[in-house]
Design a protein around this ligand. Sequence first.
Ligand SMILES: *Cc1c(COP(=O)(O)O)cnc(C)c1O
Length: 359
Amino acid sequence: MINVTKPYLPDEAKYNSYVSHIFKSKWLTNNGELLQELERRLAKYLNVENVLLVNNGTLALNVAYKLLELSGEVITTPFSFVATTSSLVWGGLKPVFADIDKNTLNIDTGEIEKKITKSTSAIVPVHVFGNGCNVEEIEKLAKSYALKVVYDAAHAFGVSYEGRSILNYGDISTLSFHATKVFHTIEGGALIINNKKLYDKARKVIDFGIDGPDHIPYLGINAKMNEFQAAMGLCILDDIEKIQSSRQNIYNRYVDAFRLEARIILQSHNNKCSYNYSYFPIILEDEGSMLKVRELLRREDIMPRRYFYPSLDQLNYIDSEFMPVSNSISSRILCLPMYDSLEVNDQKRIIQTVKEALL
Ligand SMILES: *Cc1c(COP(=O)(O)O)cnc(C)c1O
């Protein structure tokens, strides 16, 4: 069976040597040495001031909202993984959706301003499938209305905007290092915080708000990453160039196959950004065609995913206006298998099956 994604596993002996090290040091978690090393190496690789590792990308979002003291309404995109919205609700905030652009699949900056009210405290955009948002427009809006910006950058590992890491935009960017992402630590995530004071505070907030043996100045939570997770990250970071170059080849083959296919629409990428080859979504003309493509792929034991479906304004715990563009895209988009070890022949079979379904 070919799944939409397949977690990357590094050399087993290398991982085991880290495990032996952990068994000797008996330092399992709480700002361990492997975690510190991974934070340093990631900051360098991602070209950012500092990286705060946490145990998943959803908690990274919740910690970001608390650090920035968000309240009331937060403007976000209806076209994302559910965690973008559920984390807001979990944090006692009200998600207010601004619809997406049908080509970039990112939040439509023109729609954001219409949704700003007296209760709005922040904007939470997503760089969907690694495609960078219009960060300059968003920055302008945030400045003129005094709003905070948290980028859910779960898909944007390694993406740059005009040569600079896109993670530097906004007050905080959050990453996910879940097993299915481009870079992973089994479960994991990170916060990229531009303000040094806030970064120092964040390190305490993710450790119950504790600052020293007898001092608990902040309302905290437990969001710490452990040493076994950090070890996985160190191993995979060694291989990241190799992983990215395989992904790039797979991505290019898909683009070559579908570029001139009139009945398939591909996501338009922000030309000021680099791309990280994280996903390969195809948008069909209507839901029927999408379901037909999915059915023929399934018969071949190929499992694409309806990413993202449903549009988040449809969640039963949300009170929202209907988002026409997001719902339309959601109903006819399919992410094709995309991972570094996807075999050329398997990819050919995927491409052929998609083309047959459209005949
Ligand atoms: C994966 C993902 C998350 C959640 O990250 P976890 O590490 O799985 O908690 C949040 N937002 C988006 C857009 C994601 O794709």
